[in-house]
Write a protein that binds this ligand. Structure first.
Ligand SMILES: *Cc1c(COP(=O)(O)O)cnc(C)c1O
Length: 307
């Protein structure tokens, strides 16, 4: 990611805290593409980042800025992946970290935070004190790391943006970050004015977000049934060898729907952003396999057993 250092806010090279984040592969998903009717489907696999999620980008940048600004204590409230990434980068920087996680946080995230030496508070409300708060969107630096996702997609496609990008939306900063990245690339003369349709994907029931970038791009927000995500993840893994977070797999369901409805054309170049590794959700995936073994059919129609 730090190949883009001149476009990031860190001034001194010595402040940079890197664990090898970024320049994750943009992989063809041929079988998935065939199944959903997309001739040119690619998956940006950010599950291959340090601590297994795209959160490494924002927190590498934010913790580097903490080093530069002389901040020695940070807190965050997180569903899991931001906590893991913060814990790793804080450890590498020698900064103290206190992390507030929900009581039902995926086990992998809990173990990572502990292993990296962070203070972990489970199920408690974040206490405001004088520690620097890195919770989205309370600080300005994580988005700067996130915009490198946009830089990379452009660079990996030869400076020609795709027709659509699907992104599993939580706070929305991932989409805003890419959008900012594209604007900066155009200002620098690396790309033209063409933009992809930005498509935000959320499981039903999650707090809906509205994003100006999505509207401006001619994209849309899609919600998908939460009970289908695990099966979608298993199907993607079996079809193309990419084991994603359920949230990433949700984007495949959304793409399938928008292709069927004619919002996208089969010849469009479509990028699906897989934001994290399936290994983060071992409990949910293994519960699904146990149910399949005891005869429960798969939500998407008989795809899990037999393979
Ligand atoms: C954080 C996260 C998201 C949401 O990203 P935002 O930038 O908050 O919209 C999606 N998927 C995974 C796996 C995440 O960790």
């Amino acid at each position: 990611m730090w190949r883009y250092a001149p476009a990031l806010p860190v001034q001194h090279e010595a402040s940079i805290i890197s664990l090898g984040e970024g320049m994750t592969p943009l992989l063809p998903a041929r079988r998935t593409g065939k199944r959903i009717g997309a001739a040119d489907l690619l998956i940006k696999d950010d599950g291959l980042n340090p601590t297994g999620s795209y959160k490494a980008r924002g927190l590498s940048c934010a913790i580097s800025m903490c080093v530069e600004l002389g901040i020695s204590k940070v807190i965050i409230s997180s569903r899991g992946n931001a906590g893991s990434a913060l814990a790793a980068y804080a450890a590498a920087a020698g900064i103290e970290a206190r992390i507030f996680l929900p009581a039902d946080v995926p086990h992998a995230n809990f173990v990572e935070c502990k292993a990296f030496g962070a203070q972990v508070v489970l199920g408690g409300k974040k206490v405001e004190d004088d520690w620097f708060d890195l919770t989205t969107p309370n600080e300005p630096y994580r988005i700067e790391g996130k915009k490198t996702a946009g830089f990379e997609i452009a660079e990996q496609l030869g400076w020609e943006l795709p027709d659509a990008i699907f992104y599993p939306t939580g706070s929305g900063l991932g989409i805003i970050g890419m959008w900012k990245g594209f604007a900066e690339l155009e200002a620098l003369g690396w790309i033209g004015s063409k933009r992809p349709k930005m498509i935000g994907v959320q499981p039903e029931g999650r707090q809906p977000v509205e994003l100006k970038a999505v509207l401006e791009s001619g994209g849309t927000m899609v919600s998908v049934p939460g009970e289908h995500l695990i099966d979608a993840g298993i199907r993607l893994a079996g079809d193309d060898g990419i084991f994603g977070e359920p949230d990433g797999a949700a984007c495949v369901l959304a793409a399938e729907r928008l292709l069927r409805e004619g919002f996208l054309k089969s010849e469009d170049k479509i990028v699906i952003y897989n934001t994290g590794s399936g290994l983060k959700h071992c409990e949910a995936y293994s519960t699904r396999f146990a149910r399949a073994a005891s005869g429960e059919t798969d939500k998407l129609g008989g795809l899990i057993t037999p393979r």
